[in-house]
Write a protein that binds this ligand. Structure first.
Ligand code: NI
Length: 175
């Protein structure tokens, strides 16, 4: 188990649809998830998807409390989701600033659905879960779902003037 190299925007693997996990109880899956957790923690991420460490499988991890990269975000429980499914519950979208470990240093303003239902096999609790969430929690899940469908958040930025290096003072209001 160790911190892995994070693939960056431009790497072809990040643009592929990742494939479903069939065996939910393998040592290989265990290792992938531990590597994802170590890598996310090391990078202070609020989420990570398997393709970001070079594994084109449908595994996403998200969750945080008091994250330095998103200081104003309310906490989200640590969740390890296999073969996740997202259902949009309202067509309403909201703009919010996002970053990504695969796009280091940059932030962009991205529209996301406000309210969603997600489900999947939760690896830590070893059960299928279903949650209705909104706000930043819903945003993080949509961001990670995009990763396993080969989409990065800059692909969803509508106003390219709202995409740039955070350290240059781009963001006025954080969320
Ligand atoms: Ni990301």
């Amino acid at each position: 188990m160790s911190v892995q190299n994070i693939l960056r925007m431009g790497n072809p693997l990040l643009y592929q649809r990742a494939t479903e996990i069939e065996d939910l109880d393998s040592q290989e899956l265990d290792e992938i998830i531990n590597n994802m957790l170590d890598t996310m923690k090391d990078a202070n991420g609020v989420g990570i998807a398997a393709p970001q460490i070079g594994i084109s499988k449908r595994i996403i991890i998200f969750g945080f409390k008091d994250n330095p990269r998103y200081p104003d975000a309310p906490p989200v429980p640590l969740t390890v989701l296999i073969n996740p499914i997202v259902e949009v519950l309202s067509n309403e979208k909201q703009n919010g600033w996002e970053g990504c470990l695969s796009v280091p240093g940059l932030r962009g303003l991205v529209p996301r659905y406000i309210k969603i239902k997600y489900s999947g096999y939760e690896f830590n609790s070893k059960q299928n879960i279903e949650r209705v969430v909104d706000g930043f929690h819903a945003r993080v899940v949509q961001h990670e779902m995009d990763h396993i469908d080969g989409i990065l958040y800059p692909h969803r930025v509508e106003d390219m003037k709202k995409f740039g290096f955070e350290s240059e003072g781009l963001i006025i209001n954080h969320l």
